[in-house]
Design a binder for this molecule. Structure first.
Ligand SMILES: [Fe+2]
Length: 593
């Protein structure tokens, strides 16, 4: 997402964690003991700590991801303060006891503060489907009294029911960091409370790039917070705009890619950015929308001061007005891969459902957040139509919104904000405007905005077209005034602001009546979506996915509807539930009776 915080002047010239930013000083008191604040060390203290860290291979930030086949493979990943010789997993499960599997080491040196990050990855294969394993993570210089131990379960094989969950925009509970908030800890606990097979984390993981002098420390707090759940079940991420970091690789993903081992996409030079995996009757497709969106919302130096990397990095200062804009980076490789993947999925008669996750949105009507992006509508929505993608799960706007099933586009339904001129926003066309609670997604794709993880910037305020006051066409019940969405139809590259030396990036340049918007949660920006996949085990044999959105009412720092001050809460209650159905592949084309 992109908030006022993005436009704050950057901390100019201090290396990592040696000086808290103004924001850090102001907000540390709100940490509320949910997670220990990373200590700010000085001079000799830091040198001593650094020596200790260099020899400390104690595993932390432990998390799981699915391997190539979720039924038979799992990857255990972690980090340690220093290099960890002998890093390994000891695996126990059906017919196995403490089998030693060595880890592969991946490191990177943060391009802004110069810190080296040590990560370790153990790919476990030839596992039994739907089986429980326990594992120990350790290293020769593991200082913990008892090595870390946890359990996981592999995915079922064949057409079996399972549950997964999703949200994005999580941040960390350490309020020293920009956009972090205590709800982040409760959000992780919420995942655990639903005991899903896995969690889809749909981008903007921790906002490290908004804390440019301390990116590795933000990632560390994120990883240690997530470990509560991610050590016990896979968390499958996609990159968002806040995973893009200056001087950390050609797209800025060095930190993200070092920490996650994700299914192979066979796209040379683009591993880890996008991927797919299959569980039972569902094909999951994870995309990097940074590649196609017009919006410029990644790393940015607003000014007036330049961002000066630590001297040891050898990197030059980044001048005010510089943004790291990576639209088009794959040169079409991702879209070509997507088409091949979707086509193969729909050719496969054992695939019922295709579910896409990506970070940015094709159908969001948040008024205080980012809104929708024409880039996704141009590049990917025609493919979602052609291959009947059932659900698209996004984040980016920190709220909950659900679309009607959409297919095709209206070509001249937008208006340019600046001039009022008609502009083509390729507005998604709903196939129904009756909010029945049951939708056949073979007729249209349902988009969900789930940027409701844990940041301190909930964006549960939505657009209305108060000027035209037209009722929602055919709506049931009719709604006046109509819903309105902002749409980026061109790049909002940095421009000088009214403050000398300070740059800004404009909001979306167009608006449209959001006739595709079915439900918006105005009570809170926090929640979690729970998906129960039924492959057709009931007496009618009808495949379905029941989707339930739970929300954390009262968690907003300030409720936009009432002005009431809130606080992080562990209480997630049901907001709405709906069901998607579709005909069985190879059948008559009709839904089961
Ligand atoms: Fe975002």
């Amino acid at each position: 997402m992109n908030t006022a915080a993005d436009n704050q002047p950057s901390v100019p010239d201090e290396p990592a964690a040696s000086r808290p930013s103004r924001r850090q000083v102001l907000s540390t008191a709100g940490a509320a003991g949910l997670l220990a604040t990373v200590p700010v060390l000085r001079g000799t203290e830091r040198a001593a700590a650094s020596t200790l860290a260099a020899s400390d291979g104690t595993p932390e930030q432990i998390h799981l991801t699915f391997g190539p086949n979720p039924a038979t493979s799992m990857t255990v990943s972690w980090a340690s303060a220093g290099q960890a010789p002998g890093a390994r997993v000891l695996l126990t499960g059906p017919h196995l006891s403490d089998v030693k599997v060595p880890a592969v080491q991946r490191t990177y040196t943060d391009g802004l503060n110069g810190e080296t990050v040590w990560t370790y990855h153990t790919e476990l294969t030839q596992l039994a489907p739907d089986a429980e394993y326990s594992y120990v993570v350790t290293a020769d210089n593991d200082a913990s009294a008892t090595p870390f131990r946890a359990t996981f379960r592999t995915a079922p094989k064949g057409r079996a029911p399972f549950r997964f969950t999703s949200f994005g925009d999580l941040a960390t509970p350490n309020t020293a960091w920009v956009l972090s908030y205590g709800q982040s800890a409760y959000a992780v606990e919420a995942v655990e409370s639903f005991q899903p097979l896995f969690h889809l984390l749909n981008g903007d993981l921790c906002y490290a790039n908004l804390n440019p002098t301390a990116q590795p420390e933000v990632w560390r707090d994120f990883g240690n917070n997530n470990q509560t759940s991610a050590a016990s079940r896979p968390w499958m991420p996609c990159p968002g705009n806040h995973e893009v970091e200056f001087y950390n690789g050609s797209q800025g993903f060095a930190s993200y890619l070092a920490r996650y081992t994700l299914p192979e996409n066979r796209a040379p030079g683009f591993g880890g950015r996008w991927y797919s995996f299959r569980i039972g009757s569902v094909l999951f497709v994870s995309l990097d929308a940074d590649d196609v969106v017009y919006q410029d919302a990644a790393a940015f130096v607003a000014g007036p001061a330049a961002l000066v990397p630590a001297a040891g990095t050898g990197h030059p200062a980044i001048e005010p007005g510089t943004s790291f804009y990576i639209r088009g980076y794959s040169g079409g490789a991702q879209t070509a891969w997507l088409e091949r993947t979707l086509a193969a999925g729909r050719r496969d008669e054992t695939v019922d459902w295709i579910i896409v996750q990506m970070h940015q949105c094709a159908a969001s009507s948040s008024s205080t957040g980012n809104g929708s992006d024409l880039g996704i509508r141009q590049e990917w929505l025609p493919l979602f139509d052609r291959y009947q993608v059932d659900l698209v799960l996004c984040g980016h706007d920190h709220d909950y919104e659900r679309s009607f099933p959409v297919r095709g586009a209206d070509t001249h339904a937008g208006r340019e904000v600046a001039t009022g001129a008609v502009v083509n926003t390729l507005r998604p066309r709903p196939v129904t405007s009756t909010d029945s609670g049951v939708f056949d997604t073979s007729h249209g794709t349902v988009h969900l905005i789930l940027g409701c993880g844990g940041t301190d910037a909930p964006l549960d305020e939505y657009g209305t077209d108060t000027a035209d006051g037209r009722p929602f066409p055919g709506g049931s019940p009719p709604r006046t005034p109509s819903r309105q969405a902002k749409v980026f139809t061109r790049a909002d590259r940095p421009v000088p602001s009214s403050t000398p030396g300070v740059f800004t990036r404009a909001a979306a340049d167009a608006v449209e009546d959001a006739i595709w918007s079915a439900r918006r949660d105005t009570t809170t920006g926090y929640g979690i979506a729970v998906f129960d996949v039924d492959p057709g085990s009931g007496s009618d044999g009808q495949p379905s996915i029941k989707v339930t959105h739970y929300h954390a009412v009262g968690a907003d720092p300030v409720n936009p509807a009432t002005g009431t001050k809130g606080a992080p809460t562990p209480d997630y209650t049901e907001f709405e539930t709906f069901t998607v159905v579709r005909p069985v592949p190879g059948g008559s084309g009709a839904l089961r009776p």
